[in-house]
Design a protein around this ligand. Structure first.
Ligand code: G6P
Ligand code: MG
Length: 218
């Protein structure tokens, strides 16, 4: 079997960080809860409800489960409004050529994301039919750093975990990939993660020759 590549979505294929930030910030402001970019950074790769729990660390009163659900729904409505604006031009540099090369070489590609909004995002980017498998927040019980999302993707592709390479921008995602027994390329904010098997600042900096060698070295 050939290697397969599993891509995280947010921060790897498209930068939705600012949309998440704006949506959480709007919610937090309305609730009188302090929120900033540093707190937002801790939400990378983390599920919506776990993200909310982090946001609520700064709240000055407890919220009931019903209230928490309503807050999460409200944040998501704000977020979906913002991601409606995404277009294929928002695909991050280097992604398209890389997907093309992988396809040319018969290497299977998948999405492994914690986001329940993955279908909408992929559709807005014009990438809904590009991947051999998509496993997202709707299909999993345990979010990263649990390996479930990547193991499910490997299973769907029919490729053993040891032959899968994950591309991740979040520390939680790097840990999830390692826990799945996969090698992981850290990009963007994970480019400084020492646990990653290999790091690049941007997928635009990834030479096909180097990547092909890396994929073959299983
Ligand atoms: C991705 C993002 C996280 C986000 C999570 C859930 O992993 O990096 O910041 O919290 O998805 O997103 P969702 O779209 O389901 O609210
Ligand atoms: Mg990410």
């Amino acid at each position: 079997t050939k290697a397969a590549v599993i891509f995280d979505l947010d921060g790897v294929i498209v930068s939705t960080d600012d949309c998440h930030y704006k949506a959480w910030k709007r919610l937090a402001d309305e609730e009188g809860i302090y929120f900033d970019k540093e707190i937002n950074h801790r939400l990378r790769g983390v599920s919506r409800m776990e993200s909310l729990a982090i946001v609520l660390e700064r709240a000055n009163r407890p919220y009931t489960m019903e209230e928490q659900q309503a807050l999460a729904d409200r944040k998501n409505a704000y977020y979906r409004e913002l991601i409606q604006e995404l277009t294929p031009e928002h695909i991050l540099p280097g992604v398209r050529p890389l997907l093309e090369r992988l396809k040319q070489h018969g290497i299977k590609i998948a999405i492994g994301s914690s986001s329940k909004n993955s279908p909408l995002i992929l559709e807005r980017l014009g990438l809904a039919d590009e991947f051999d498998a998509v496993v997202d927040g709707n299909a999993i019980k345990n979010s990263k750093p649990h390996p479930e999302v990547f193991l499910r993707a490997a299973e769907k592709l029919g490729v053993p975990a040891a032959q899968c390479v994950v591309v991740e921008d979040a520390d939680a995602g790097v840990e999830a990939a390692l826990a799945a027994g996969m090698r992981v390329i850290g990009v963007g904010t994970a480019a400084s993660n020492e646990r990653a098997t290999w790091t690049v600042a941007s997928l635009a900096d990834l030479s096909w020759e180097d990547l092909a060698k890396f994929l073959a070295a299983v």
